[in-house]
Design a binder for this molecule. Sequence first.
Ligand code: DGY
Length: 328
Amino acid sequence: MVKPRVYVTRIIPQAGLEMVREFCEAEVWEGEMPPPRQVLMEKVKGVDGLLSLLTDPIDAEVMDAAGPQLKVISNYAVGYDNIDVAAATARGIIVTNTPGVLTDTTADFAFTLLMAAARRVVEGMDYVRAGKWLTWGPTLLLGRDVHHATLGLIGMGRIGSGMARRAQGFEMRVLYYDPYCPPEKGEALGAQSVELNTLLAESDFVSVHVPLTPETHHMLGVEQFKMMKSSAILINTARGPIVDPDALYAALKNGEIAYAALDVTEPEPLPADHKLLTLPNLIVCPHIASASIATRTKMATMAAENLIAGLKGEMPPNPVNPEVLKGE
Ligand code: DGY
């Protein structure tokens, strides 16, 4: 039997790659950086399936370069803002993602950032490394309490809910803004639904958990930072462009908010000479919230299952545009 041809845009954990290789004739991009656009356009020609990463913009041009036989685009991520889903749907291509498996790992990391910012962990480490630790000091590196503080969640989907559950252990008051979340769900998590402006005005910690869409692009900008407490800490583990980076820089510099901890940035990667990195009240990590060994392995097997099902013409376990196969 002739195996379907697929292109995999980066080396993913072995368990997933083995599944792909067993069922498909797979070409895998082995570079550390994503395949350059021209390479991608060339490599996709004639493939039946594509296993992509969030670093690969997959638009109509790429789909057309692949050709009409392209059946499935399996994204190795829960977010799929890198894919033009409407263009895929119009071409009868099923798009899939990896929801669920990374929820707790990502919520763990968002909470890690929250605590690290509140208690100035990174500044503490820098202080020790710089040889400045000469004695115990009553006012040395004073931070802010997490326990009994107010946490504002923008987005109460899987990861936002995971944050609400974690916050219970710290006896936090939890507010959330999510027009798509039924109030009963929030109540069951001990969280109170509020308008965005109320959340911004009342929260000690604001954590972002919405997908990047045209509606959420720069959802936090100049106006929103002005509404926040001057003691507030912003955490973003969702997507960089949800926060306007110039507005964030000004807010941190001028003391409109106290601190930010970001796992995602705009641009991404953030260049080492970016003005945000001159600020002492900022933590930035290189988009690693889902980066645990177990989770990245589960994402790989899930992406492989989605890819293989799509190639077989079956409904994959995690379709983003199921209407393609339902014939709607
Ligand atoms: C995702 O899956 O969308 C994360 O950003 C990376 O795991």
